[in-house]
Write a protein that binds this ligand. Sequence first.
Ligand code: GDP
Length: 521
Amino acid sequence: EDELAAEGSEELSARAAVVTVMGHVDHGKTRLLDSIRKANVTAGEAGGITQHIGAYQVHVDHEGVERGLTFIDTPGHEAFTAMRARGAKVTDIAVLVVAADDGVMPQTVEALNHAKAANVPVVVAVNKMDKEGASPDKVRGQLAEYGLVPEEYGGDTMFVNVSALNNLHIDELLEAVLLTADAALELTANPNKAARGVAIEANLDKGRGAVATVLVQSGTLRVGDNMVAGTAHGRVRAMFDEHGETVKEALPSRPVQVLGLSSVPRAGDTFLSTSDDRTARQIAEKREAVERNAQLAKRRKRISLEDFDQAVAEGKIDTLNLILKGDVSGAVEALEDALLKIDVGADVQLRVIHRGVGAITQNDVNLATVDNAVILGFNVRPAERVTDLADREGVDMRFYSVIYAAIDDIEAALKGMLKPEYEEAALGSAEVREVFRSSKFGSIAGSIVRSGLIRRNAKARLVRDGNVVADNLTIESLKRFKDDATEVRDGFECGIGLGSFNDIREGDSIETWEMREIPRS
Ligand code: GDP
């Protein structure tokens, strides 16, 4: 990857500063982001309509020169921290919003500390100036104590009084951001090389597949480029800006929505464009392997049912601690009774350290972390936050809706007979050149393999103009000329049959994958 970064000549051009808005809840971050976006929409831009894509760029007239500023459109330091936690440096400058009627609050200080830790200069927007009881001087005094000394007191932090509600002094705020950026930072990047940057947000769209907003940090991203973002890869099919307009290329500091990735990257994942699809895929696979290993290593720290047997054998543990959660108390009791009846042999014992009715909570996960326990949920599911915590802590959670399945699992764990886990692994893709109809086999897609390989009996999805038309199909027949083939590789032509699925058209692409066993090293 570093080799790719070095590619191209170092011709540095000015780029827009990337700005994050932070501050205490309800102090007006969202509103401020809205008014900045609106204040800046010129008449010519798509009728003034903007869309939320996770980031947007505005243009500011600064001493007769038009300058750009890129705003990350997710307020709050959670997003900022999440991206930093993933190793991405996205923000050049932070706007700290403080409501003038409320003053400095706990999250104001938190946000400030995050900016300090990331070494990001701060501009203070003293908001809600329209409100009775607004006290901008008090805010200045309070923040001075935290080291943000206003310019007018002899410090070097710019404070601007604004009202996001009435669009008051938004231009002055943007001006202050520019001045602070110019004073503190060297904002340049080389546009003449392969693009690199960060994914800001992403989601899976039913029609369009993976949709990711990326921020280009160096180089230029173009439609048709191959790219890898986190562990997702693909070819850029189309790009859109925050007005929903198509874009052919994106220069440094430009956020764009990208279509064409194989899966959904996470906020903070870095991306890079590559010379060809194969390289993109290889990097994606390597990243995936690294990530999986990191996850396994994390999991190994704690006891999971998989490791239990071995841990016992190695004499590291002799007790399997369990936390039982269920939807009704009768079920929890029945589960506990049945579990305690399992013949675990003389060397080990099962211990239920906590039981309860209701959803699995963060508290349960914390308890599991401390006591090295496995959590069994009977007809209950954890909130997403709880799942994230469990992942981070490497806590094994298992969910059942029939008691004997839970018993089987625990017994199997005790006997080292757990069923393997599987995951989806991309194999390759083929482009449909021509479609033949056969009365015996239905539609046969005369195709050329564009990446990886196509394997008979593998799973497939059909993609048309960037949209997934059908998923979970099977490559039921595969031929090279007249002969049946088991596999056809990159660059070769073949005939593909998708069983009873017949809606195949010229220009479609067939992406294939198979379920692969997750290694338990
Ligand atoms: P966030 O939690 O920081 O994103 O805050 P919001 O942008 O959601 O604003 C919280 C509340 O304050 C909303 O009801 C806004 O309409 C209101 N608000 C935001 N800015 C102003 C302002 O400048 N003046 C007044 N009076 N209300 C504001």
